[in-house]
Design a protein. Sequence first.
Length: 164
Amino acid sequence: MGESDPARPAGAPEATASADGRELVLRFPVRLADLAWAQERASGFLRGQGVADRLVGRAELLLEELVTNVINHGAVTDPAARFAVTLAVEPDGGCRIVFEDPGRPFDPAAAVLPNRPARLEEARIGGLGLVLLRQMARELRHEALPGGGNRLGFRLENRADRVA
């Protein structure tokens, strides 16, 4: 549904495809209840464009990490605040993702990574979102938005994984 659709309730999630079908923009409220909607639209679009399942899974995981981190740590207080996610498929089968959020300024490309525990028993649950983002995403770019919030762009490459 596009923004001009009179049947769409105010504040409802919306998905808009580009004229050539190679780009999709998702806009949805800053709440966990709409995360599944966004993941379903993103994965359906990417699969429909022939993007490899491995990359679709990564896009879903990173979208979840980004959304939950903003909800948990972004100090968003405006109930009308929205996320905007742009997905663009590239000719080589990779994809570009631009994630915009209304949270406090935060650059995941510059943030200090958590210390890696010496033993599994010392590991805490959670806290690996930055590690996952930096391992999976390429060309990570952050921009603080003039009116507040963040824009994070990155690329998921269609190539064999590196062995760490």
